[in-house]
Design a protein around this ligand. Structure first.
Ligand code: NI
Length: 255
């Protein structure tokens, strides 16, 4: 089964009507995509995202506030309330981004810890965004005794991947892997064990080759999966079976 393990469907449509996502989902289904994990980034956008996802049983959602969105406010009580809903299969995306934001590092760290602790209480996995914050990301994960999670849209070094794998984390690969200058990332993908890999689009961002520069969409997870299958030197079907098995092991409530 082909799954887009990380997309922002609400950012792909302007209108708020129930069914607004249908054309996006149809385009993806035409390429074989059967399941979508629609990932929350802010409290402000959450209600709309949830409402858009609601009519579609093949779309599951997460709840959380992205490290670059906590400047607009982060309310742990709100998160705890919303995240407890059974439609919410994961907590996030949360994490640390020191590349784009260094002036609120302490706030990012506090919010990340809060997400992890809540995930532990609710027994839900965590979707982690990390950029230029390798040591602190894994340090806080250890301190907060993170249980299950994924480093999404992975672009870091093999050393970080290896340490994350040792902590039981999964590694999710986006269309960045198809970019010409991503040789280091391709090396990481070759080394990550098959049973710890996921594929994603992170749409509407980061469209894979040959759509680079265009608006990304879940349909293009096909290109990511094909590219990763080639790197791993396995058949496309095998890659789909293995990444789907991994996805449901990590996100059991998404079944
Ligand atoms: Ni994302």
């Amino acid at each position: 089964m082909l799954i887009d393990s990380h997309c922002h469907l609400d950012r792909l449509v302007d209108n708020d009507q129930p069914g607004a996502l249908q054309p996006v989902l149809d385009a993806a289904k035409a390429r074989g995509v059967e399941k979508f994990l629609c990932v929350s980034v802010s409290e402000k956008g959450y209600e709309r995202m949830k409402n858009l996802a609601m009519p579609h049983p093949e779309v599951v959602i997460s709840c959380g506030v992205h490290p670059l969105d906590i400047k607009d406010g982060f309310d742990p009580a709100w998160l705890a309330r919303e995240a407890a809903d059974e439609k919410v299969v994961a907590i996030g995306e949360t994490g640390l981004d020191y590349y784009y934001s260094q002036d609120n590092v302490k706030d990012q760290q506090a919010a990340f810890s809060n997400h992890i602790e809540l995930a532990n209480r609710l027994n839900k996995p965590v979707i982690i965004h990390t950029r230029d914050a390798r040591e602190d990301t894994l340090g806080i994960w250890r301190e907060s005794q993170g249980n299950a999670g994924v480093l999404h849209c992975f672009t870091e070094s093999w050393e970080m991947a290896r340490d994350a794998l040792d902590l039981g984390l999964y590694i999710s690969i986006s269309g960045i892997v198809t970019f010409r200058n991503a040789e280091a990332l391709r090396d990481v993908v070759r080394k990550v064990p098959m049973d710890r890999l996921l594929v994603e689009t992170d749409s509407p961002y980061l469209a894979p080759v040959p759509y680079r520069g265009k608006t990304n969409q879940p349909a293009y997870v096909h290109e990511v999966a094909q590219f990763v299958a080639d790197l791993k030197q396995v058949r496309y079907e095998e890659l789909l079976n293995q990444t789907a098995e991994n996805f449901f092991r990590l996100f059991p409530a998404a079944r």
